[in-house]
Design a protein around this ligand. Structure first.
Ligand SMILES: *[C@@H]1O[C@H](CO)[C@@H](O)[C@H](O)[C@H]1NC(C)=O
Ligand SMILES: *[C@@H]1O[C@H](CO)[C@@H](O)[C@H](O)[C@H]1NC(C)=O
Length: 503
């Protein structure tokens, strides 16, 4: 052989070896659920208001969301009166979860179904429904992970004393939470006190575009009253105190006997600077403090973040020494809902006389669609942040998912490979974080079914399982992503191109 030929052969040989190595590496890098720590929980979720329907049935009374919707404030005019009708379909739904291989189902209890007036009498039909749902899940080997409050405040409490804006909320919430522990805690081992208490004060009391529609000029529109400069902070304070109170009741009276865990679920967006200017880096830091630290700083360190204290001043309620003691450490895990990263810019808050949460934070860009982006690396940033700033608490990822719009894709859309791809990216990021020391213990896709989405109605569909909202029977159907997730849950490789599980 001439030297030239030898070189060609050997380089061909190298290419072949490379291809083989590549294939081996690819094979090794395809994740399965067994690459996650023992006991890691995989599930999917929903919330009562979004899937139950039966809004006026068996004694349920309105929540502030029923009122909001029926006053005509949903941009698309939709309502949640029937929604996915899980109230009548729970057996079929649990069977679907079982067939898919879910370890756990995250759902919430509707306060206005269990205690229709907000306090006092328990509704026996409400009690029966949640007992049935929980029993059905357990019978199928699926863990119930229960959110006690997911935005659906009984209207009665709003009417009586202004709902969460009043400190009276703390006592009524605590009593309601105790009804849940007492009646369901023998079977429910995973409790979250609140869903997204760092979001409810903004929509309801700053922008006023969600119930109870409070805001003040020049923030938000068409409000019934309110003060965007103070109320969001007061409401968050009450939510924090109500959380600590419920946890203290659980720990003192139920936890030792029932052996469960209790936490709180925050929306955790990640904020990145829009430019490489130091001012924008500072803005991203502040926004993460205002958004995540608002709750996590008190929960871990006993007080609001210093940057909030200095910028909000006396409008930020003080945490007394005894409250601080109650709040600090009042969780066994932190639930996080993570979807996207937002690129933010700094604004000069000192020039503004009228202030709200975002001006206090000195950021802009939060509501600009172009600045809101989905990148799976942001989950890694979030988990790293929790590890470094908050002592690496046990974490449950309570929501992560991707929506499509039936306006674009047709009313029934089985072919949602974009969803499987999205979820795969985040699961791979999660795996890397766990390998790098994150204390994450579970992952729930939002959502198990298409639901009524707060503010978006049925225009956004997140479900692994579709629901035909035009059919009286609310027919369920499996999307490709449900088959894909099922394959992974049963130990298959995490790859969209793999054949789907046969369900
Ligand atoms: C506010 O009210 C005005 C007048 O009733 C109406 O035209 C406008 O659409 C409302 N804005 C929102 C965001 O509801
Ligand atoms: C791994 O964790 C360390 C801190 O514990 C962090 O500095 C590093 O960036 C992390 N690596 C990745 C890839 O997230």
């Amino acid at each position: 052989m001439a030297t030239g030929e030898l070189a060609l052969v050997s380089s061909l040989f190298i290419v072949v070896v490379f291809l083989l190595l590549g294939a081996v590496a690819r094979e090794a890098s395809a994740l399965t659920r067994h690459d996650f720590p023992e006991g890691f929980v995989f599930g999917a979720g929903s919330s009562a208001f979004q899937v139950e329907g039966a809004a006026a049935e068996d004694g349920r009374k309105p929540s502030i969301w029923d009122t909001f919707i029926h006053q005509g404030y949903m941009p698309d005019g939709s309502n949640a009166d029937v929604s996915a009708d899980q109230y009548h379909h729970y057996k079929e739904d649990v069977k679907l979860m079982y067939d898919m291989g879910l370890d756990a189902y995250r759902f919430s209890i509707a306060w206005p179904r269990l205690i229709p007036d907000g306090r006092g009498e328990i509704n026996p039909k409400g009690l029966e429904y949640y007992n049935n749902l929980i029993d059905e899940l357990i019978m199928h080997g699926i863990q119930p992970h229960v959110t006690i409050y997911h935005f659906d405040l009984p209207q009665a409490l709003q009417d009586e004393y202004g709902g969460i804006l009043s400190p009276r909320f703390i006592e009524d919430y605590s009593a309601y939470a105790e009804v849940c522990f007492k009646n369901f805690g023998d079977r429910v081992k995973h409790w979250a006190t609140f869903n997204q208490p760092n979001i409810e004060p903004i929509g309801g009391f700053d922008a006023g575009d969600r119930p109870p529609r409070r805001c003040s000029y020049p923030f938000g529109t068409n409000c019934t009253g309110g003060d965007s400069s103070t109320e969001p902070y007061i409401v968050a304070h009450h939510l924090l105190l109500a959380h600590a109170s419920a946890v203290s009741i659980y720990r003192q009276k139920y936890q030792a006997i029932q052996g469960g865990q209790i936490g709180i679920t925050l929306m955790v967006r990640w904020h990145e600077p829009y430019t490489d200017k130091t001012a924008d880096a500072a803005a991203a830091f502040r926004m993460n403090e205002f958004h995540i630290g608002w709750f996590l700083h008190p929960l871990v360190h006993g007080d609001y973040p210093p940057v909030m204290r200095s910028r909000v001043g006396v409008r930020l309620p003080s945490i007394t020494a005894s409250d601080s003691e109650k709040i600090r450490g009042s969780f066994d895990f932190i639930g996080i809902n993570h979807y996207y990263v937002i690129f933010v810019q700094s604004i000069d808050a000192n020039e503004q006389k009228l202030r709200d949460y975002y001006i206090d934070a000195g950021v802009q860009g939060e509501d600009d669609k172009e600045n809101i982006q989905c990148h799976s690396w942001s989950l890694g940033k979030v988990l790293n942040h929790l590890k470094l700033e908050y002592g690496n608490p046990p974490v449950m990822i309570h929501e992560n998912g991707y929506s499509d719009s039936p306006d674009i894709f047709g009313k029934i859309n089985y072919n949602d490979d974009f969803r499987s791809k999205f979820l795969q990216g985040y699961l791979e990021a999660l795996y890397l974080s766990v390998r790098n020391g994150s204390n994450t213990r579970g992952y729930f896709v939002w959502s198990m079914f298409d639901t009524f989405e707060f503010l978006y109605g049925y225009r956004l569909r997140f479900g692994l399982c579709g629901v035909d909202f035009t059919a009286a029977a609310r027919t369920r159907y499996l999307k490709n992503s449900a088959r894909w997730y099922s394959g992974f849950l049963r130990g298959g490789e995490l790859r969209p191109e793999k054949p789907y599980a046969t369900l």
